[in-house]
Design a protein around this ligand. Structure first.
Ligand code: ATP
Length: 270
């Protein structure tokens, strides 16, 4: 069966455009493609050419991006692949918080859609019962005098089957396996866009203590023993959440250490 004959319903871009306008997002150009290399690249390229933020969605990514060059499984019309461009006045030291803030927004959106118990794995993953449900990839470019153009990309597994998920190199799940009720992929997408946009736009320095608290409440590995993996090295300790820059706090036998998302991957040990 070819992609375009697939059994899953595709998104309705005209309806999405109307919904985005009613959310007050008329400044954002909607980019809809059946097949895209990567929605993050679509938003970056559009900004480069038009100096205007956009929202890119697609049914399938041929080069979906994870962190550090890793790839994101993106089968046709089964999941959500979305990137949002936002111009934001923000200090460089707060950029690491943007994936945390986006993750908090996505947990809230999924709860609104009836999916409770979705958790975050620092710095950029959504988890359900220790299985990966989605991921966030933030890219940024300096823009203006005191800000950045942020690209907030997220992928959420919606209808991927157990068989397809088993092809992924780590334990993964999808919304249809968590909750057997009827699932409206487009409605989840719109709820997610609205939540991410609101959380990122409302974020400023005064929000940081609340972000730290919210992350703690949503942390899949809160106060648990974890291993931090860095180029073959493994450091074990107890997960203490994040500091005001979004760095991971790890209590080790030598005292507390912090880690930046650029360096490491986290693994649960319990
Ligand atoms: P890790 O999850 O290993 O700590 P990470 O958070 O940096 O690393 P990402 O780079 O964000 O991971 O995502 C890429 C990884 O996610 C892939 O290497 C693969 O293991 C997994 N993956 C890829 N596609 C999917 C998907 N659709 N659903 C769940 N997991 C996926």
């Amino acid at each position: 069966m070819s992609d375009t004959e697939c059994a899953f319903e595709t998104l309705q871009p005209e309806e999405i455009e109307v919904a985005l306008r009613s959310m007050g997002l008329s400044n954002h150009q909607l980019q809809y493609r059946e097949v895209s290399e990567s929605t993050n690249s679509d938003v970056l390229n559009y900004y480069q050419t038009h100096q205007q933020p956009s929202i890119a969605i697609c049914e399938k990514q041929t080069a979906g991006k994870g962190r550090r060059g890793r790839s994101w499984h993106s089968p046709f019309a089964q999941n959500i692949y979305c990137s949002i461009g936002i111009e934001k006045t923000i200090a460089a030291g707060q950029l690491g918080l943007m994936s945390i803030v986006s993750g908090i927004a996505l947990c809230r959106a999924l709860s609104t859609c009836g999916f409770d118990e979705i958790k975050l794995k620092w710095p950029n993953d959504l988890y359900h019962q220790k299985q990966k449900l989605g991921g966030i990839l933030i890219e940024s470019k300096p823009a203006g005098n005191d800000g950045y153009f942020l690209v907030i990309g997220f992928g959420l597994n919606v209808f991927m089957s157990r068989q397809q998920l088993d092809e992924i190199t780590q334990a993964a799940t999808s919304l249809s396996l968590i909750n057997q009720n009827e699932i409206n992929r487009q409605q989840i997408l719109l709820t997610a866009i609205e939540a991410v946009m609101a959380e990122i736009q409302n974020f400023d320095e005064s929000s940081i203590p609340e972000v730290i608290q919210k992350f703690m409440r949503n942390d899949a590995f809160h106060q648990q023993s974890i291993a931090v993996l860095n180029a073959g090295d493994e450091i074990c300790g107890v997960n203490k959440g994040i500091n005001p820059s979004g760095l991971l706090r790890l209590a080790t036998e030598e005292g507390e250490q912090t880690f930046s998302a650029a360096e490491i991957s986290l693994r649960g040990l319990e």
